[in-house]
Design a protein. Structure first.
Length: 318
């Protein structure tokens, strides 16, 4: 069962005013925090994706090409080139098979890190190019094993392996470019959220102020109106009218005060009536006493001559 506002205590009314201004601001602050957190999270995800892909933009092609080139010119199997050997030009050699496998795993990771579907597709295309690259590396390794001519091996290396490593490198660069372009989308979304947040903040402030003013007005009326009525009744009581009473419609502390005033006025009226009755009884008793006293004195005055006559008769007899 709902309790009417007028039956609320003054503390509850004041608390409702505070909550009407405080709660909307808390909700607004929570919304702003969530919006900023989402934007920061989006920026973080994009940065993470780009940073991971950038590890392979520069090194993949140079390391793989140079490692395969060394195998071709030295007529060695690819696994014999060496893994992690720094050459005179500063390029660190790799095992092409292991490096392609590492790059395929990196593509899976890039797919997970991608922030838009387009970059996920790009990572898939890079992985397909790696599959073709693995096939060409295996074919070239087979040519080296079969001791084909140097010119044939170099031709195959230049027209197949290098082209595919270039395709992979370009694919990684495109992946980074697409992820970087997503910054614009996030920035646009953030600007839109900022505008919405500003509009929402103004709206919430207006609503909170309106509700607070409404509740404040009702709370003020629920206090000032009964007190004003009590003041008017107090003047009537001071004039001697103890029959006045005020209506109690609320259930707050003012209502308790009003009921106490009514009870007090009633008790004072009864007391005054008792005093008036006692005064009338005293006046009646005083009147009867005076009347009886006057009769007694009059009777005494009338008997005094007779008393004197009787005394003379008594003296004469003696």
């Amino acid at each position: 069962m709902k309790v009417k506002y007028k039956n609320w205590s003054i503390n509850k009314k004041l608390l409702s005013i505070s909550l009407s201004a405080f709660l909307p601001m808390v909700i607004l602050a929570a919304y702003l925090i969530v919006s900023l957190n989402n934007a920061a999270s989006a920026y973080s995800e994009i940065t993470k994706s780009i940073a991971y892909a950038n590890r392979y933009v520069k090194d993949f092609k140079s390391r793989l090409d140079y490692s395969v080139y060394l195998a071709v010119v030295s007529n060695k199997q690819l696994k014999e080139v060496g893994d992690g050997v720094t050459t005179v030009n500063g390029v660190v050699t790799v095992n092409p098979y292991d490096y392609i496998t590492e790059m395929e795993e990196a593509c899976d990771k890039m797919t997970q890190n991608a922030t838009v579907p387009l970059t996920q597709s790009q990572a898939g295309r890079i992985k397909n190019s790696l599959s073709s690259l693995r096939f060409c590396v295996q074919d070239l390794d087979k040519q080296i094993k079969e001791r084909t001519s140097y010119d044939e091996r170099m031709e195959y290396f230049n027209s197949n392996v290098k082209d595919l490593t270039t395709l992979v490198q370009t694919g990684i660069q495109d992946y980074v470019y697409l992820e970087t372009s997503n910054f614009v989308t996030v920035q646009t979304e953030l600007n839109r959220n900022n505008r919405n947040s500003t509009i929402l903040a103004v709206g919430v402030a207006i609503v909170a102020m309106s509700i607070s003013l409404l509740l404040s007005g009702r709370a003020a009326r629920s206090v000032t109106r009964p007190i004003r009525d009590l003041c008017d009744l107090t003047e009537k009581v001071a004039g001697g009218d103890f029959s006045v009473k005020t209506q109690v419609e609320a259930g707050d502390e003012i209502a308790v005060l009003t009921r106490s005033f009514n009870d007090m006025t009633e008790e004072i009226g009864i007391l005054v009536d008792d005093i008036r009755k006692s005064r009338k009884i005293s006046e009646l008793l005083r009147t009867d006493f005076c009347r009886n006293r006057s009769i007694h004195i009059s009777f005494t005055i009338l008997l005094m001559p007779l008393y004197g006559l009787l005394r003379k008769i008594k003296v004469q007899r003696l």
